[in-house]
Design a protein around this ligand. Structure first.
Ligand code: NAG
Ligand code: NAG
Length: 291
């Protein structure tokens, strides 16, 4: 009996371990990019906690109607006033945006438990709150840089990459857009500013990100440059800026189902081996006892 219990515990442990291994998928809007928290902590049960909850709830609710949202919840003093914004990638529909912000907010709650401020970027959306006003404030701090393999682009490919980046910097399509995409044959690029930035601040931020991509990622086949208020990404073969239609969503679900099926197969296999081994050891004990 106790043997079975031990096996069960082992089995469950194995299951938990397997299920918590993140499955990487570049086009997945849920992938975690970065997160950070303020160093100030509030005490649970305080009025500040209520404000945090209220602002995060408002952000989740409003994401079902708009890709960019901002809220201010006044506190008893200026230092208790809280500001929050959410920005979904421009090609997400309302449904995808609201699911992404919901996920980001729930991860923020865990990552930044009881802190005065926090920010979190998933593949498809960005959420930030703080007691320091940051609306419309430029911030070109480099937060995350990722460069693909530097296998050496041909000069033709280099030209296409630079054309993609140049278009991201110049394109305003006859009106201010804080989300831009561009492509040149096999190269694709995407740029996104948070909606609180003015046109000129967004231009300034995107220019900086492009400059850094060029100098820091050299001739990599893909690169991601996340600054505090904007990001620019490019890739050969176009592995990002997906998620604009439901096919991709279904595709992701299919992938998850496939992964789950493999996991369940593995778990069943290991379970069988454990049962078999414990059967063998009992058999051995019996034989030894019989002699
Ligand atoms: C944010 O709250 C912390 C902790 O109470 C405080 O020290 C800080 O001055 C506040 N920031 C602003 C801008 O009010
Ligand atoms: C905040 O959102 C309101 C609409 O709810 C908008 O009018 C305003 O310009 C936004 N402010 C900033 C700084 O983005």
């Amino acid at each position: 009996m106790s043997n079975t219990n031990t096996n069960m515990v082992l089995f469950l442990l194995f299951l938990v371990t397997l299920l918590t291994i993140p499955t990487p998928s570049i086009s997945d809007t849920n992938s975690f990019i970065f997160g950070g928290c303020s160093r100030f902590k509030y005490s649970p049960g305080s009025s500040y906690e209520n404000s945090v909850n209220s602002i995060l709830t408002s952000l989740v609710n409003s994401a079902a109607f708009s890709n960019y949202n901002n809220f201010t919840v006044p506190g008893s003093t200026e230092s208790e006033t809280i500001y929050g914004l959410s920005q979904c990638r421009g090609d997400l529909n309302n449904d995808q945006c609201s699911r992404c912000v919901g996920r980001a907010v729930s991860q923020l709650g865990t990552l930044c438990f009881a802190t005065y401020g926090g920010a979190l970027q998933l593949e498809g959306c960005f959420v930030k709150y703080d007691n320091l006003t940051f609306f419309g404030v430029q911030d070109k701090t480099e937060v995350v840089k990722k460069c693909g393999p530097s296998i050496g682009l041909t000069s033709d490919a280099f030209t296409r990459r630079d054309a993609v980046l140049a278009y991201l910097q110049s394109s305003d399509g006859g009106g201010y857009k804080n989300f831009r995409t561009s492509s040149a044959e096999d190269f694709q690029g995407v740029a996104q500013c948070t909606g609180d930035l003015s046109y000129s601040k967004c231009q300034d931020c995107v220019s900086e990100a492009i400059q850094r991509l060029k100098t820091e990622c050299g001739d990599s086949t893909w690169g991601d440059m996340y600054l505090a208020k904007c990001y620019v990404r490019y890739s050969e073969g176009g592995v990002h800026s997906r998620g604009s239609n439901n096919d991709d969503e279904n595709h992701n679900d299919d992938e998850i189902e496939k992964t789950l099926a493999i996991l369940i197969g593995l778990i069943a296999g290991v379970g069988l081996i454990i049962v078999f081994l414990s059967f063998l050891s009992k058999l051995c004990e019996k034989q030894r006892g019989g002699k």
